[in-house]
Write a new protein. Sequence first.
Length: 423
Amino acid sequence: MEKTLNRKRIFLSPPHMGGLELEFVNEAFSSNYIAPLGPMVDVFEKEFAKYIGIEHCLALSSGTAAMHLALRHLGIGPGDEVFASSLTFLGSVSPIIFEGATPVFIDSERSSWNMDHLLLDKELESCAKKGRLPKAVIPTDLYGQCADYERIFSVCEKYNVPVIVDAAEALGARYKAGTRKEKTGNWEDGKEGGEWLHAGSGANAAVYSFNGNKIITTSGGGMLASDDKGLIDHARKLSQQARENFVHYEHEEIGYNYRMSNILAAIGRGQLKVLDERVEKKRWIFEYYKKALSDLPGIEFMPEPPYSKSNRWLTVILITPEEFGCDREIVRLALEKENIESRPVWKPMHMQPVFNGLRRKAQGAGHQANRNKKTYQSRVVGGQVAEDLFNRGLCLPSGTAMNEEDLERVVKGIRKKTLGIRL
């Protein structure tokens, strides 16, 4: 019998090269543009802008760097609040802390798992009455699914609060704009019309990631996009240590070393060429899992609202222990024994120890190790939905190089655990 450890590892979302990357990298080497900046970066920014339909783009060292520069441009600082999705990755919100502001975490809604626009509206109304509106709102496009932009944009426009979309996981995803109409103060889905726009479109700025596990990768990197040329111009300056236009080094503000290298941009150009194929494969993988597992009791798949066409970066399921027979952690460990990587849904930001500043202060002195770890104040609006999704959610392997044999291994691993429970 074949030993489990001898079976190849199935990773969650490994890189998948398309073939053109090496050609562009060789071109970059031949030009001797190895350090940050160079012709590949310039072309990558232009090709990326054309693909997503947002006029101006800035290639950077990471998606976190892109978010940081967007917040810097908005002048966010100590004493300010920034609203953000609680169910997200840390890199989406850590730049709020970089600038000394306070994060306010907004819960998810069930139909998309993204920021709840009703809670957002209610909290903005409360803040407006107090004369203390946030300086920005950051909705995350979770696992490649667009947030409900039209409702979120509408709510934020009422209070003139800018929106920075965290589309780090959503490259290639689309949302249908102009399909909603207002009726007696409420919003309802329009049945006709509308235009499919790329994730991040319509916001003051959008952030994308090319980390090694994303739908396309440059090994590490990110992009900041905006139709506001002034925002991108300022971010570009800040990303190059904020050097002024002098022959010598002149600085009137503090900047960062955030630019993307010419070599990584070359990889990005090759990856961008196959993005549509990657989206198609990701969606096929989702449907394969859904068809193979939907008959099992206690398993639900991440929903897709009518306005969204997710890139299905990761296929995510919810496991209800009372119906399935065990919780998602037992399933995860069972898959790990089969040399298959799976992972819990993001732990909500309001549950993270690093954001328990007020709680830690109230608890007083603790262990020395805890006292040496700095924590930050935050607050949360809602939180129960995000907590439930974390407790029950499991991300399944979704790499675009997977074949049916790989997928069947995952399916059998889950079914094997189910069979063991029911025997």
